[in-house]
Design a protein around this ligand. Structure first.
Ligand SMILES: [Zn+2]
Length: 464
C-alpha cells in the first residue's frame, strides 16, 4: 500500500504542475462526453423498471430479498461487471402482517395504520385502550411519570418540510424513540402521525428502536388524515378508545446479502471507487424511489463510466439491509482489512430526481480533478458545495468510521417524503428524464474519481 500511495501522490503533484487549461481539455472532455451520454438515455430507468416489476417490495431477510439478490447478480453480469458475487450475512428481520385500527368509542370508525419496522405484535385479537394525544414530541418526552398507565399514546406532530427544523432529520427521532418515551410513562401502545410531507391516507413506515430495560409496546404510524380525525374527536372532550392490531413476523436470525460487482481499473486496479444503493425496501410500495432509484442510477452510471476504462476499479455495492441499519456494518466488518483500498465511497439514497450539488472530502476542494468535474457538471445546474462532505449515505457511514473518505451527492427531494416508506412508492412517481440527469452526474463523477490519482486521505490539510 505504501508503494501505491506514493504513486497516487506522484500523480497528484504531476497534475498540479500542468497548466490549468491543459487539465481541463485533457480530463474534462471525457466527463462532458459521459454527461451527454447519460442525458441521451442512461439506461437507469430500465434497470429500475426491471427491479420494481420483477422483484417488487423486498424487505431484508424475506424471500423477496433473495430474489433481489439473484436479480442484482444477473443484471450486473449482463451489464459486463466482473467479480459479481453476493456476500451473505446474518440479520434480524421484520415483516408486516395484519395491520388494522379503529376508533371504538365514542365515534366508532376505521383508521389506516402501518406498523413501524421492528415493532412487537399486539395480542392476536388487538389492543384496545383509551388514547392520550400529544401535539409535540417534546410534550410526550416531558410528560410526568405514570401519566400514561394503560393508555395508548398518540403523537400528532406534523413533520416539517425537508431541511426545516422539524424535517426528517429531527422527525425520524420521534418515530424511533416515541414508543419507549411512551412506555417509560406506562403506555401500552404508541402511534404517531406518519412522517410525511403531504396529507394523504397512506401511512409511512420506517424503523423504530426500543430502549433497553423498558417494556416493548406495539408501535404504528397513523395516516395524516386519521391523525387529524383523532384531534377533532379529542376537541369534543370525551375519552376516546382505539383498538389496533399488528401481527408482524419477527425473525431473530435471517440471511441477506450485499451484492457486489466490479469494473477493474485499467492502471491501478487495487484502488477502488465504491458506489452504491440499497436494494432492500419496506414492504409497502415497490421501493421505486427508496431505493430502487439509487440502485439503478449508480449501476447505470458505473456501467457508463466503466466503458471509458478509468485507471481505478469501480466497485458497485447493492446493500441488502439498509432500512434496518444492518448492511453497512456487515460490510465494514467483513472488509476492515482491505478498507484502505477504497479511495472514496458514495451512495445514492434520496430518490430519482436530479442532483443539485455535490461535496468531496476536506482538502480536495481546489484539486484540478474536482475543478474539472465541477465545470463539466455546470450545464446541468449542478453546483459544487465547498463544505467538506460529511454524509455519504447511511451504509457508507460504517466505512467512514474505518477512515474511508466519502462523496456526497445531494438530489432534489422536495416531494421525496410525500411517498417514501409508503404504499405510494411505485414506479409511476419516477420521471425517466430526471433519472437520466442524475445518472449523467454520477457517471461523470465516477469517471473523474476513478481516473484521477487523488488520494483523498492525504488531501486533507495537515493539522496545525
Ligand atoms: Zn433508503
Amino acid at each position: 500500500m505504501k508503494h501505491a500511495r506514493g504513486l497516487i501522490l506522484g500523480a497528484a503533484l504531476a497534475a498540479v504542475a500542468l497548466p490549468a487549461f491543459a487539465q481541463s481539455v485533457a480530463i474534462g472532455a471525457m466527463e462532458e462526453r459521459l454527461r451527454e451520454r447519460g442525458l441521451s438515455g442512461s439506461g437507469s430507468y430500465d434497470i429500475l423498471e426491471s427491479l420494481t416489476t420483477e422483484v417488487g417490495p423486498r424487505p431484508a431477510g424475506s424471500p423477496a430479498i433473495a430474489r433481489a439478490k439473484d436479480w442484482a447478480m444477473a443484471k450486473m453480469t449482463s451489464l459486463g461487471f466482473s467479480n459479481v458475487h453476493a456476500e451473505p450475512y446474518s440479520i434480524w428481520a421484520w415483516f408486516k402482517g395484519v395491520e388494522t385500527a379503529e376508533v371504538t368509542d365514542p365515534f366508532p370508525q376505521p383508521m389506516v395504520i402501518t406498523g413501524l419496522g421492528g415493532s412487537v405484535a399486539t395480542p392476536p385479537g388487538g389492543l384496545e385502550a383509551e388514547i392520550v394525544l400529544f401535539p409535540t414530541f417534546e410534550a410526550l418526552a416531558s410528560a410526568p411519570a405514570n401519566s400514561l398507565t394503560g393508555k395508548i399514546a398518540v403523537l400528532t406532530e406534523h413533520m416539517g418540510p425537508n431541511d426545516s427544523a422539524t424535517g426528517y432529520g429531527t422527525a425520524n427521532r420521534w418515530r424511533r424513540r416515541g414508543a419507549s418515551e411512551a412506555a417509560k410513562r406506562g403506555a401500552v401502545g404508541f402511534m404517531l402521525r406518519s412522517l410525511a410531507t403531504n396529507n394523504v391516507r397512506q401511512p409511512h413506515s420506517g424503523a423504530m428502536n426500543y430502549e433497553e430495560g423498558l417494556p416493548k409496546i406495539p408501535a404504528a404510524a397513523l395516516s395524516g388524515p386519521d391523525a387529524d380525525q383523532l384531534e377533532r374527536m379529542a376537541r369534543r372532550g370525551k375519552p376516546i378508545k382505539v383498538k389496533f392490531t399488528l401481527l408482524p413476523t419477527y425473525l431473530p436470525q435471517a440471511t441477506t446479502w450485499n451484492v457486489v460487482g466490479e469494473i477493474p481499473g485499467s492502471a491501478t486496479p487495487d484502488e477502488v471507487v465504491l458506489v452504491s444503493g440499497h436494494m432492500d425496501s419496506w414492504g409497502l410500495g415497490t421501493g421505486a424511489i427508496d431505493d430502487g432509484a439509487g440502485v439503478a442510477i449508480t449501476m447505470a452510471a458505473a456501467h457508463l463510466a466503466g466503458e471509458r476504462h478509468p485507471r481505478r476499479t469501480i466497485r458497485m455495492v447493492l446493500w441488502g439491509a439498509e432500512e434496518t441499519d444492518q448492511a453497512g456494518d456487515a460490510y465494514a466488518k467483513a472488509h476492515a482489512a482491505d478498507a484502505s483500498k477504497i479511495v472514496i465511497a458514495g451512495e445514492s439514497d434520496f430518490g430519482a430526481q436530479h442532483v443539485m450539488y455535490f461535496q468531496t472530502p476536506a482538502g480536495s476542494q481546489d484539486l484540478p480533478a474536482i475543478k474539472t468535474l465541477t465545470e463539466a457538471l455546470k450545464p446541468l445546474g449542478v453546483t459544487y458545495n465547498r463544505e467538506p462532505s460529511k454524509f455519504g449515505g447511511d451504509d457508507i457511514g460504517h466505512l467512514v468510521s474505518l477512515g474511508v473518505p466519502q462523496l456526497s451527492m445531494r438530489q432534489e427531494g422536495a416531494h421525496y417524503f410525500d411517498i417514501h416508506h409508503s404504499a405510494e412508492d411505485t414506479l409511476d412517481k419516477v420521471d425517466p428524464a430526471e433519472m437520466d440527469k442524475a445518472t449523467a452526474v454520477w457517471a461523470a463523477t465516477i469517471y473523474a474519481l476513478a481516473q484521477s490519482g487523488v488520494d483523498f486521505r492525504k488531501a486533507a490539510p495537515a493539522k496545525p
